[in-house]
Each structure stands twice: as C-alpha cells, then as structure tokens.
Design a protein around this ligand. Structure first.
Ligand code: CTP
Length: 446
C-alpha cells in the first residue's frame, strides 16, 4: 500500500485545498493530512488564521478525502511523521517548490501545481476590509505602518501627521497623508493614535464621535474622568476603544500569565519590572520638554502591566519617587513606584535618563519567573526553583515586536464588536489613575 502525506493550515477551506487533497490522494492508496496547530502557525508567522484548529480539522475531515488526520505541532516533525507512518510520498503545492527537497532522503517528494486564483489570505482579505488611519508624530508610526502590511484585511488609507515635516512623508505614494485629522476620519473606520499623551483625549474623542474605532498608545488619557467619558462615548457609538500595549499581545507574555494562574511558582509574593532607555537623553537636555513623552507616560503603562495583571489593581498603598528635570516637575527622567498589596508587593523602575537591567522577576512561594531584558519584547523566559536543575525554559516566536498580533486582536475586536479581554478595563483605568497622581505631584523628589 502506497502511503502519502501532505501538510497545510487549511484555513477557510477552498477549492484550491480540495484540488490539492484529491490529487494527493490519487498519488497513492492512503492519504494522511497534517494540519498545523494554532501555536505552530503563530510560531511560523501565520498570524491571520481565522479558524481554530478543531474547525479546520472538521472541515478537512468532512471532505472525506483524507484517510487519517494528524496535527503538525513543531518544526522538524515531518521527518518524524514520514518514518513513523511509513510514508512513500510527501506532497505539497508548487508554492513550496524546492523547500522540501531535503525530505527526498526519506521518501519521494512531489510538488503539485497550485490552483491559480485562490488562497486563504485572499479570502480573509475579501471577508474583511478595515480601513485604518494612523495618527501622530513619532518614529514608531513607521514601524507600525510596516507591521500593518502583515495583517490580512487591514489597509492603511490615511496618515495624519501632526507636524508638517517628518514622519508620514515617506508614505505619500501609498496612502493619503494629511495634517487634517477630520479628513483621516472621513477615510477610515479605525484609527491608531500615537501622539502626545496630552493630545490623546481630544483625538480619541473626535474619532469616537464619528463612530471610528480607536487603538491608542498608553496612556490613553491623563485624567480618570476623561477615560470614563471616552468609555461611555465608545459604548454609545458601538466603537472599540483599546490600549495599544503590544507586550500584552506577545505569546510568551500571555503564556507566562497562564502559567502563573496555574500555580507554577506557588503563590506570587512580588513582581519587579524595570524598563529603561537612554536614547533620547540629548533631546531632554536641549529640547522642548513639552513635546516629549516623560518617563511615567513612556514606560509607566508597560511596567505596570504585569503588576496589575498578576496582582490586580486593588493594592493598599503605593509610594512613588521621581527624579524630575524641569521646573514645573512634569518631566521625570526616572521614577520608582512601590505597590503594597494585602499579601504581596510590587515595584516598577522606569527611566529615560537612568539605565538599569530591563528584566521582569515574579517571585512566588515555590520558585520564580525570570524574563531577561528587554522583557517587554519578550520571546523567552525561565521558571526557576531552588534546585536549578528543575529550571524550565520557554520560548515563543515574537515577530514585529508584537505589533502585528496587537493589530490582529484589534481587527478581531472590530469584527466581533467585543473588546479583547487581554487588558481589562480596570487595568487601563489604573494606569491613568497612577499617572494622574504623578501629575498631582504625589511623589518624593529624588
Ligand atoms: N494550495 C493549492 N492551491 C491553492 C492554495 C493552496 O494547491 N490555491 C495548497 C498549498 O500549496 C498547500 C495546501 O494547499 O499544499 C495547504 O495550503 P495552505 O497554506 O493551508 O493554503 P493557502 O490558501 O495557501 O493559505 P495562505 O493564503 O494562508 O498561505
């Protein structure tokens, strides 16, 4: 009996897939179809897949072409499967020509002509077409624009640049670049905002009033009452209002939270997060500080994220100490905050003029989790115990610093009308609350 194997994601099953499976089956007597797991797809950069694994398996199975379905879970599994299932022919579509020649050592490799004019990516793009505006004035917007290209069904149609020179200029050929925010809102149904924290409130409000969904860099606003107002506005206009904290969407960070919930280090007693950068220091010494992000805004939400997601927002007290630069004490170069909870403590150390090791340590009664610098772009962490031999290491691919995952989550939220649960409302609210306290000078000067 000639045994054939083929692999694929088979998202939104289409006639290209069916053609491929029929011809694969015709190559032998018994066909095994390997369907990629959600995790494996994410690891190999396929972030747009719509259907969860079980739906994809059911769809392929219902065709009745496959004799057996297996799940592909890791890099290198194919060799293992070929040996394990005694395979004579490995086959895939011609878009992979040459890529699997190395398997010739184990069985015959056949590339079947790919069916023209259809792909899962195209179907995803046709089913959803979200026109996105990008607004603000930061180098980061360039990265954001580039990352948006990886998200199926999302198209950047307008670019609002706040200053007439600089960021945005390079995109004139691809998209509409303007200094008129209302024009951007005319051309889009969703907008990503990365302006100055002081400007976010006004921009978000204008977008929501026009029924445009908002993804805004944290902090969204500087006053708790503004946040309440915007949340109500979003509800009224059936809009998504979402914090753009990319760390929250990285697979490693999400897995870390799940492991903690499962008690992998016992009961958590301490969370220590540090985020620092020195790259803008010269600007701070010479430039106009009103046009720059201070440290509590630039790093505060990122550093507070694991604190509030692990220990909650119900802390008993906090102590903040800052090294401020300017006379009105609104620009901190360095800030440290200690949070005291009923049964735990946390501290964040953030700086733009002070350098430290950018690590995250979560300490528990049985062990601790160590995330090396820069932990906020995390793809790796370790769970360590008293006995070092028991150390567990976790690695999860992180592409594009997590921006593309964030965008996929934003698109899904728009489509379903449900805000993603990754960053809960009270966490966003607490970011704003702490930052508001800073502006109220509720800190020790150091
Ligand atoms: N395939 C094909 N003809 C198509 C699309 C896919 O023969 N028009 C084949 C692929 O070459 C592969 C299998 O079907 O052997 C599964 O492909 P998969 O990657 O799941 O489908 P795509 O439509 O290519 O998905 P995407 O657009 O996400 O890459």
């Amino acid at each position: 009996m000639k045994r054939v194997i083929t692999y694929g994601t088979f998202d939104l099953l289409h006639y290209g897939h069916i053609n491929l499976l029929r011809r694969a089956k015709a190559l032998g007597d018994y066909l095994i179809v390997g369907i990629t797991s959600d995790d494996f797809d994410r690891c190999r950069g396929k972030i747009n897949v719509r259907q969860p694994l079980m739906e994809r398996v059911t769809a392929v199975s219902e065709l009745g072409i496959a004799d057996e379905i297996i799940i592909e879970e890791y890099e290198g599994q194919k060799i293992n499967d070929i040996q394990k299932y005694d395979i004579q022919i490995f086959t895939v579509g011609s878009d992979w020509t040459g890529m699997f020649d190395y398997l010739n050592e184990y069985c015959q490799v056949v590339y079947l002509e790919r069916t023209k004019g259809v792909s899962s990516s195209e179907i995803r793009g046709e089913r959803r077409n979200i026109r996105l505006g990008i607004a603000g004035d930061d180098e980061y917007l360039i990265k954001f624009y580039e990352e948006s290209q990886f998200v199926n069904g999302l198209q950047v149609t307008a670019f609002y640049k706040e200053r007439l020179t600089g960021v945005g200029e390079e995109y004139k050929a691809q998209t509409y670049v303007t200094d008129n925010f209302d024009k951007v809102l005319d051309l889009t149904e969703a907008v990503y905002i990365h302006s100055y924290p002081q400007r976010h409130y006004e921009l978000i409000k204008r977008a929501l009033q026009r029924g445009v969904h908002v993804l805004c860099e944290s902090p969204m606003v500087l006053f708790p009452e503004q946040l309440t107002e915007l949340e109500e506005l979003a509800k009224e206009h059936h809009c998504i209002l979402m914090d753009a904290l990319r760390t929250a969407y990285s697979t490693a960070y999400m897995r870390l939270l799940l492991l903690l919930k499962g008690g992998i280090i016992g009961s958590v007693k301490s969370v220590d997060a540090t985020c620092t950068s020195l790259k803008h220091q010269k600007k701070f010494e010479t430039g106009d500080l009103r046009k720059e992000w201070n440290t509590i805004c630039a790093w505060g939400p990122t550093a507070m994220l694991p604190v509030f997601q692990i220990l909650g927002t119900d802390y008993k007290s906090k102590v903040m100490a800052s090294h401020v630069l300017n006379e009105d004490e609104s620009f901190d170069l360095f800030t440290k905050i200690d949070f005291i909870y009923e049964n735990a403590v946390a501290s964040i150390k953030i700086g733009q003029g002070v350098k430290s090791e950018g690590e995250l340590i979560v300490s528990g009664t049985k062990g601790y989790i160590y995330v090396p610098a820069p932990w906020w772009k995390t793809d790796y962490f370790e769970v360590r115990y008293e006995n070092l031999e028991k150390t567990k290491r976790y690695f999860y691919q992180l592409d594009g610093e997590g921006i593309r995952y964030l965008l996929v989550a934003f698109c899904k939220a728009i489509e379903s009308g449900i805000s993603p649960g990754f960053i809960r409302r009270e966490v966003t609210r607490e970011f704003v609350h702490v930052i508001h306290k800073f502006y109220g000078k509720d800190f020790y000067k150091i």
